[in-house]
Design a protein around this ligand. Structure first.
Ligand SMILES: [Zn+2]
Ligand SMILES: [Zn+2]
Length: 370
């Protein structure tokens, strides 16, 4: 059931400049308020609990916060590295409050593991998006027993310890006062069922390694170190559990001429001293073929031109950035006697250069994004 995910800052009720302390305070308040032990059986509270956990997990990590600030969650299948789930929310809560004991009982089969796959794609493929097929060997439901883990002709039986609930109740003291916590049943490890005669093909696991080919649409605009989530293509859950997700960890191979800073594509364009002084029109490469730019007479080293809409797209919205062309005046190293003479003619009478215009370095910084 796809859901529109809310902005992490909005979830925690803080503004975008919030300090780590403010984030921590907001998380603490909300995690306490929505903890399922205080909101028994309220699915809305459970959802909020998970949501604040996920938001805090991302925003409390400086590297992931920076990535989030730049790229956001990037819609479906994106920006949730690690596959944040309900259990993760508890793990985080335990970690945060130093409890380590506030275990959440789970019943039923366990979810399969998330898998990660390193994927190398070309610069232009990253900008345009690409469909790739991968051969993956991963745990899949055992065909011999249909994924139950029980030998053919037998079936798992209900656990007598927990009567199939998969969890046992325990009363304990905690930071939140006295709480009734539910913990996984030790006999069936929370699964509610036990297998008397395990399937010989999968040794009762219900899963065996299988080779599978998976086709994935990698969205336009991805960049190195981003992850693309492919829901349900991780490892199958043992004994009928839901499968985990597959995460493609993207590596973008460098381009010969172009580089990227987020949505901006950069090109260093060499021009001659005469082109800089007199102006010219030149062809420059872009990811959409070549484009013509006009160099103004009197262009200085490092001046930049912007080609709108020729950058990389934002993977969420598809809106494209710009290409920035940095003009690099190349000073000749070999001169004929006549050229030497002409260049001497160019020298001002006092032999000193004109001052560089104010604001020049500021422009440079803006465009490169540093
Ligand atoms: Zn089996
Ligand atoms: Zn049990």
């Amino acid at each position: 059931m796809p859901q529109t995910r809310r902005d992490y800052y909005e979830v925690l009720g803080v503004d975008r400049s919030a300090s780590p302390e403010e984030l921590k305070r907001a998380y603490r308040t909300l995690a306490m308020r929505y903890h399922p032990d205080r909101n028994s059986g309220d699915p809305a509270a459970e959802e909020r609990f998970k949501e604040v956990g996920e938001a805090y997990q991302v925003l409390s990590d400086p590297a992931r916060r920076r990535q989030y600030d730049t790229f956001g969650q990037a819609g479906d299948g994106f920006g949730s590295p690690g596959g944040f789930n309900f259990q993760s929310a508890f793990d985080l809560f335990d970690m945060f409050f130093g409890g380590g004991q506030v275990g959440r009982g789970r019943s039923g089969p366990r979810r399969g593991a998330d898998l990660r796959l390193q994927v190398s794609i070309g610069f232009e493929e990253a900008v345009r998006g690409v469909t790739r097929t991968f051969e993956v060997t991963k745990p899949a439901a055992c065909e011999e027993c249909g994924g139950t883990g029980a030998q053919r002709g037998t079936s798992p039986t209900t656990c007598t310890e927990c009567q199939g609930r998969g969890q046992v109740q325990r009363v304990r003291q905690s930071l939140l006062g006295q709480m009734v916590t539910v913990e996984p049943c030790p006999r069936c490890r929370g699964e509610g069922q036990v297998i008397e005669s395990p399937c010989p093909a999968c040794h009762g696991q219900g899963v065996v390694d299988q080779r599978k080919s998976i086709e994935v649409q990698i969205p336009a605009g991805v960049d190195s170190e981003m992850q693309v989530r492919v829901p349900g293509e991780g490892a199958a859950g043992p004994r009928g559990g839901t499968p985990g997700d597959l995460f493609l960890v993207i590596n973008v191979r460098p381009h010969d001429l172009l580089t990227r800073r987020g949505m901006t594509i950069l090109y260093d364009c060499p021009i001659t001293v005469s082109q800089a002084a007199l102006g010219d029109t030149v062809e420059v490469p872009t990811v959409d073929g070549s484009a013509t730019i006009t160099i103004k007479p009197g262009t200085q080293y490092g001046e930049q031109l912007r080609i709108p809409g020729r950058g990389a797209p934002d993977p969420r919205t598809g809106r494209r950035g710009d290409q920035v062309v940095r003009l690099r005046v190349v000073i000749p190293t070999k001169l004929t006697e006549r050229q030497r003479h002409l260049l001497r003619e160019l020298s001002p009478p006092d032999g000193k250069p004109h001052p560089v215009r104010r604001g020049f370095f500021e422009h440079l910084k803006d465009a490169i994004g540093i």
